[in-house]
Structures are given as C-alpha cells and as structure tokens.
Design a protein around this ligand. Structure first.
Ligand code: S3P
Length: 191
C-alpha cells in the first residue's frame, strides 16, 4: 500500500500553501485536517475555541485525524486505500494518539521555520489562531515559548524541511524529494 504524505509543523510554516502543490505534483488528493474539522463543526476554529474551549477542539481534532488515517477513499480496482497528501493543524502531533494514527497512515514530514519568519507570516495572514493569543504575550515571545514546548513532538516526524528561506514552490520540491527518498528507503527495508 502506498503511504500517504502527511505534512505537519508549527503554525506559519507553510503547510496549507505547500501541501496542495505537492498533491498536484503527485496527482493525489489533498486533505486539510483543519478544513475537515471546520466543515464538521459548522464553525471556525476561533469560534470553537471561544464557545467550547480548547479541550473540545482537541477532541474533534483527534476524531478527524483518526478518521482520515483510517477511512481513506479506496481504489475501485484493487480495493486498497488511495494515497493522499494530508496537511494537519499545527498542534496535531502533540497528541500521541494522533501521532500513532498518522504514523500508521504514512510518512510524516514536518515543516519548520525560524521564529521571526513565523511571526511575519502569521501577522500577514487573515487566519485567527487562538493559541498565539493566549497569555497576552508579545507574538515573538509566544511563538518561541510554544516552539520550545513542542520541539520533542515535532522531532518525531521522519524528516524536517525548513521553509524559512524558500518559496512555496521550492519548499514543495524539497518535500517531494524527501518523501521520495524516504519511500525508497522503506521499500529497500521491506525487500
Ligand atoms: C493550532 C494550529 C492551527 C489550528 C488551531 C491550533 C496549534 O492550525 O489547528 O488554531 O495548536 O498549533 P495551523 O497550524 O494550520 O495554523
């Protein structure tokens, strides 16, 4: 079975811009776990955090990740699950159940970027990210704090691509190159 390509990493590292390009190049469908969650909940992530709190958001997120890891569309000929490129929300790997499910479904590649680059990108973005507003700290300080808290979880990915100095096209190329290399290594290991 061809493994999915799972793109994760901190907010502002480029997951949602890079994943569709990678998917197009592979000819695979692209799925964004946050988009699935928002469609199911019928409200934005910011609204879920506001009205129901983070614990409820994480519960919904866990359900979405479990479903995407398990119930992918199947090939009508072989009946095998069809591969896809799955971009996740930035907090997904913090939960061990999510990590185990995704690891089983495919190759996890983590995007990273320098804190000041992340700050610049999220400031420019129109997406509201409630986790960055917690504590009322300056943005740069909050990002540095969260990156420190999350570094071990992100380090569990099979590979990391730093997008700080890359265009989305170059970053997509690097992700593809890493994915192909990791896939070849897996094939050699199972031969
Ligand atoms: C989160 C990242 C967000 C979204 C939610 C929580 C996080 O996704 O899932 O606001 O905890 O890092 P993006 O990384 O796509 O912004």
């Amino acid at each position: 079975m061809t493994p999915c390509l799972i793109l994760t990493g901190f907010m502002g590292t480029g997951k949602s811009s890079i994943a569709p390009i990678v998917a197009r190049r592979l000819g695979w469908p692209y799925i964004d776990s946050d988009e699935v969650l928002v469609a199911r909940a019928g409200k934005s992530i910011a609204a879920i955090f506001e009205s129901e709190g983070e614990a409820q958001f994480r519960k919904l997120e866990r359900e979405v990740i479990a479903d995407l890891s398990r119930d992918r569309p199947r090939c009508p000929q072989s009946g095998n699950p069809r591969p896809a490129v799955i971009a996740t929300g930035g907090g997904v790997l913090m939960d061990d159940a999510n990590y185990q499910a995704l690891k089983h479904a495919g190759v996890i590649i983590c995007l990273s970027a320098r804190p000041e680059v992340i700050a610049r990108r999220v400031e420019r973005s129109r997406t509201r990210r409630p986790k960055l507003l917690e504590g009322g700290q300056p943005l740069g300080e909050r990002i540095a704090e969260m990156l420190e808290q999350r570094k071990d979880a992100y380090a569990r990915a099979e590979a990391v691509v730093d997008t700080s100095d890359l265009t989305v096209e170059r970053a997509a190329e690097q992700v593809l190159a890493v994915f192909i290399k990791l896939g070849a290594k897996r094939c050699a290991a199972s031969a």
